[in-house]
Design a protein around this ligand. Structure first.
Ligand code: HEM
Ligand SMILES: *[C@@H]1O[C@H](CO)[C@@H](O)[C@H](O)[C@H]1NC(C)=O
Length: 516
């Protein structure tokens, strides 16, 4: 395609879009848009949308600058509203959930990468409801005990490898996959490994492509017709490769479940139970498609997020040895030498529960949640929130608010405890903002929280997390680092640390089969 024609057509398109948008805002009554950075003609805030670094901090900075916890940005016809406080998020995403629970349609993620039909990324329509139902039915919070055995097994598998780990992120992903793949597909333990690389890469590609403003094609859909070889069209190559990952991730594990069902060797799982419960009088292919998508989203939704959160915990222990010591004292009071923790001890281990809360708060895996879409014009605090705006809840800001969490940049689990050392329920539980809002709230919340709790308790029973030793035999500095965006994930850089066995007793019970 000749370059001239393309740029020409583009300019025309952008201009028409901007004009239409301007006309709509102008006519939308007496309510102004929320404050925000100055908008350029046509381009709007295209250059203000954070593209690098920790984008949740950039958005928080923008809110401070405009002295408002609700701000508005526009970019080439897209309207974006950032919510920066618990109150506003609750007023809109929760109290007005029927209006604020859709998802933005995205060309990159939805069309080019092919994820558009899957529940996490589609509007709140019937197919979304059906897929959500498949998931909630399989992992109903009514029976949290259902998964305890598989979570404990995966955790003990992790304990066995930590002492000599040389790829901690991979071990943590294996731990996550160890119980999630069992729950979703009936694929257990080591079997999960062959699926892991594809899944982790696919989920990472979603976190990049799902970041608002990351790909211009989402603002100018017309760009999707550019051929891959065209200068600057690298996104087309990425989209193609990421689409291949999606297909592989979706099909491979699902096929295994189906083969096992046919052979009569399948163990009960989300996919197998949903397949058995299909309504044979209705369209089977359509139902299967929904089951397949629900499965892959639940698998992907839980894989990286729990692994990143556990890595954040490991870093927090490395950086806060006093917290680690205090937790170990609590464990030693409750457990006999050589015993490993189980879920029935939860009421006796409030400091462990407080650590899990503080890990969620201090470095949340999804600091901007996942974008919502408002499906009609709305007015809040005298501001117009235009229909079709992308809504970004700044979970990071909510969790680092000084009024709710004094001294927010300190890792301090004791903030959740009362004077008797029990959980103080007047302190806001970070779990609620971390797992999202309203009708879109994460259906895997309880499973994820339980698996983190047992992993934290078990790791601290077995090990002390200490700095690595350098060539001269000195302890290396206790430092933590976090990957810089543009991604929706807050991903810790694997820490330089050692897992030092606390006693011969636990070491023996780990390897003596006592822990199964
Ligand atoms: C630490 C672990 C996890 C974190 C931090 C997390 C976080 C989130 C967040 C922020 C959302 C978007 C909520 C919103 O739009 O307001 C979400 C959605 C979702 N999560 Fe999770 N999640 C975790 C674990 C899991 C697990 C274990 C599963 C599966 C069993 C899961 C399945 C899903 C699904 C299916 C959705 C899409 C819901 C929808 O769009 O209706 N997640 N999660
Ligand atoms: C949980 O652990 C405690 C302490 O080690 C033990 O007394 C109890 O029997 C265990 N409970 C279950 C259900 O295994």
């Amino acid at each position: 395609m000749p370059k001239f024609e393309l740029t020409h057509a583009l300019a025309l398109l952008v201009f028409t879009l901007a004009l239409a948008l301007y006309a709509r805002w102008k006519n939308s009554g007496q309510f102004p848009l929320p404050p925000g950075p100055r908008k350029l003609p046509i381009l709007g805030n295209l250059f203000d949308v954070p593209q690098k670094g920790y984008i949740w901090l950039e958005y928080a900075k923008m809110c401070r600058k405009h002295n408002s916890d609700i701000i508005h940005l526009s970019a080439l016809g897209n309207s974006v509203v950032v919510l920066n406080s618990a109150q506003i998020v609750s007023d809109l995403l929760e109290k007005r959930s029927s209006l604020y629970s859709s998802r933005p349609p995205t060309v990159m993620l939805g069309e080019l990468m092919g994820w558009g039909a899957a529940l996490a990324f589609r509007p709140n329509d019937d197919a979304w409801k059906a897929q959500r139902k498949i998931i909630t039915r399989a992992i109903s919070p009514a029976d949290p005990k259902l998964f305890h055995l598989t979570q404990i097994t995966a955790t003990h598998d992790l304990l066995r490898v930590l002492a000599h780990s040389n790829d901690i992120m991979k071990d943590l992903h294996m731990w996550a996959a160890g119980f999630i793949m069992d729950v979703i597909y009936g694929i257990r333990g080591e079997e999960a490994e062959i699926f892991l690389k594809t899944a982790v890469e696919a989920v990472d590609s979603i976190a990049i492509a799902g970041t608002p403003g990351e790909f211009l094609v989402d603002q100018i859909p017309f760009l999707k017709y550019i051929p891959e070889w065209f200068p600057g069209a690298d996104f087309k190559r990425k989209a193609r490769e990421w689409n291949v990952l999606r297909i592989k991730m979706t099909e491979d594990a699902y096929r295994v479940t189906k083969e096992r069902m046919a052979a009569g060797t399948a163990t009960p799982s989300l996919a197998s139970v949903a397949l058995e419960q299909m309504d044979l009088t209705k369209d089977i292919a359509q139902q299967e498609e929904l089951i397949k998508m629900a499965s892959v989203i639940a698998y992907g939704g839980g894989l990286d997020t729990v692994a990143m959160t556990l890595q954040a915990f490991i870093l927090a222990m490395l950086m806060n040895p006093d917290v680690q010591t205090k937790a170990q004292c609590e464990l030693d009071r409750v457990l006999a030498p050589g015993d490993l923790p189980n879920f029935s001890l939860e009421p006796d281990l409030p400091y462990i529960s407080a650590i899990v809360r503080e890990v969620f708060r201090y470095q949340p895996a999804t600091p901007l949640g996942f974008p919502h879409l408002v499906t009609d014009d709305d007015v809040y605090s005298g501001y117009l929130i235009p229909k079709g705006s992308i809504i970004i809840p700044n979970v990071w800001s909510i969790l680092h608010n000084e009024d709710d969490y004094p001294d927010p940049y300190r890792f301090n689990p004791s903030r959740y405890l009362d004077i008797n050392g029990k959980i103080d329920h007047s302190i806001k539980d970070p779990i609620s903002p971390v797992f999202g809002f309203g009708r879109r709230a994460c259906p895997g919340k309880d499973v994820a929280a339980a698996s983190l709790w047992i992993a934290v308790a078990s790791i601290l029973t077995c090990y002390t997390i200490e700095p690595e030793i350098d060539e001269r035999g000195n302890l290396m500095e206790r430092t933590g680092e976090w990957h810089q965006g543009p991604t929706l994930f807050n991903c810790p850089v694997p820490s330089k640390c050692r897992f030092v066995f606390r006693s011969k007793d636990v070491e023996a019970s780990l390897h003596g089969g006592k822990c199964t």
